[in-house]
Design a protein around this ligand. Sequence first.
Ligand code: UDP
Length: 472
Amino acid sequence: MEPVIQSSSNPTERNAILVDLDSGFSRLGIQHRRRARYRRSLSWVIAIQTIRGLRRLMDITVSACLLVALSPFWIIMLIVAHASGGGVRKLPRLGRWATTFDQYEIAFGETATPRLASMSSLPALCNVLRGEMSLIGPRAVSPHATIVGERIAWKRYELRPGLLSLWWLRKRANIAYTSEVDLDIEYVETNSFWGDFGIAMRAIPTAFFGGELSSAPYELNFLGVRIHNLTMAEAASQIVLLANKPEPSQICFVNADCVNIAFKDSKYRSTLSAARLVLADGIGVRLAGTILDQHIRENINGTDMLPYLCEAAEDAGLSVYLLGGRPGVPEDVNAWMAERYPKLRSAGIRHGYFSEDGESQVVADIAASRADILLVALGAPRQDRWIAQHKDHLGVKVAIGVGGLFDFYGGRIPRAPIWMRELGMEWFYRFWQEPRRMWRRYFLGNSVFLYRVIRERLRASRETPHKEGTYL
Ligand code: UDP
């Protein structure tokens, strides 16, 4: 009988089977069965409540320990806050079951360093102790945030808001591409004890190396390479805008390896400076941004961008051509796109293993496809040079060099798990997958890159006199 019950997905049918099953037992047997069912339900309730209790116990223990351990630091923070014209303030917030409470924060005046200002929410440890917040949870939102999106996230009120949230973590890691509300919902639906533990562990390095930098300038310059400092949403909408212009535009992604190549290769440097958009990809350029005081707003790599681009292109009625990867790979990417974005028009596909003699035929095929957007996955810098060379004959509006992106979406190479990306360790995962090919790029290349960046920083410091009241 058991397999029959499990295989029935219809609840009415399942109940009928159970009633039928009950009728086969004696009265005593039926009572035993019912008691067993109650015991099982009760044990679930006890288990869930115990886990909740343990979490609360953990919250109390950790916040109490931190409050005591950081007590000298609190005093310094308060002195600095008062000296800079700030102090302790209370922010109205919505807590569990949408009840209001005041979240404590130290407000610093304008003269405080950004590092100190980023510690301003630490007094919320008192809210954790009082049971109004958790260490980890969805964002603590203001009662005034009554926009529609916030209401959709009603589920968040089943949990206490967190001092740390998934949104905070991804924002600090420069990979918060979706909205705050979406990330809150993701947290509420996926949270677990070990998940929270992981967020807490990842928050430690992220707190020191991350940053929320929405106010950074729109154009940066790293070792002679100009970078457009956009967010993912801005980049995707810019591409759609460019796809509606008559002249062709080239878009490049640059990581530390690309900047290294451009440092020595003036032709590649010119290709990058002629490109319409150059987007910052990876932890290397982000670190360089921190060192050079030119902060990167978001990590914009082709792999993360593809879903946003497909969505924007689908909405705008644009067609996409895929060029590159091993035979069979662009076909798999095309199938992935067709499944998720059924209205997105595919203009064509072609693998990237063609001879120089066959190049003119490839260009002619793309031109005949009348594609709006061309994704070229031949690896950097070859793909960017290729686009620059053929741009005027391809007939496309936008051509983007996307590196190994097709291998990820085609399923040939698995992508690093999200916790590794939150830690900025995706490069290590890539190295682990192909150590022979990648060790030079990551270990040697990144060291050279950082050396050059630090040298540029020191040179800039020597040339720019230190102004009082600014942070270097
Ligand atoms: N590739 C290609 N034709 C070639 C050489 C490479 O299509 O002649 C493809 C290769 O299959 C891979 C991509 O180019 O999908 C390069 O990936 P890689 O990870 O090296 O690129 P990166 O992201 O590092 O620029």
